[in-house]
Ligand binder design. Sequence first.
Ligand SMILES: [Zn+2]
Length: 267
Amino acid sequence: MKKIILLLLAIGLLAGCALNLLTGRKQLSLVSESEVQLMATGQYKTFLAENKVLNSATSRDAATVDRIGARISTAITKYFATQGESSLLEGYKWEFNTVESKDINAWCMPGGKVVVYTGLLPVTKSEAALAIVMGHEIAHSVARHGNERMSQAMVQQLGGMALEVALAQKPQETRDLFMMTYGIGSEVGAILPWSRQQETEADQYGLIFSAMAGYDPREAIPFWQRMAAAGEGSPPEFLSTHPSDATRLRKLEQFMPEALKYYTAGK
Ligand SMILES: [Zn+2]
């Protein structure tokens, strides 16, 4: 463990660290955004082919996901333009899909490839709560948390080799790592939880994005309470990677005044 930490530090100091423009935080970055976007495009296509995707022309749930997706992606584009950080969205080609599944889950791959599982909808209950979850997942993506996590996993499991080398030499392991990193059910069955800091950042920016898209950020509190209740007994995968606890609720309360400013500004 000590060795891994030292190695992480060394790599961070030498070359692999990047300043995140959105959060202002330095992140370990062994994989480039364009590389992971390319990988995401392929893995997303495979995932959709292997799952039952609902058609938004015939499914009200899928139409809702599409509507939220359109509103949030517009809000994010506006947010980054205002901050002078539009480059963070380079290569983004948003796609929103709803898959029929009893799993309580949702995720966003690099480049804006989003999936909502129908099993999440009985917990979100309202369009606003669903928008908050989607905003949260999208925030993980634009804050490049997946790249950070994948870089850390590559140091631990593949000795920190560059992504293109890893893909050429250990294609299956690298793809498994990618799926695990983005919380997509993989053969490996391992779950990597997001770090506390990544969760806090995703909550903070997710609230802003969904509020700008016209959804009441206050819905986040009862949603996470429902999520905690849904996790009693056998917690869903989503809760294993996004623990719902008192710290999260307290931080959401702290972010609320700022998020509400974005919400009322759009009214
Ligand atoms: Zn999260």
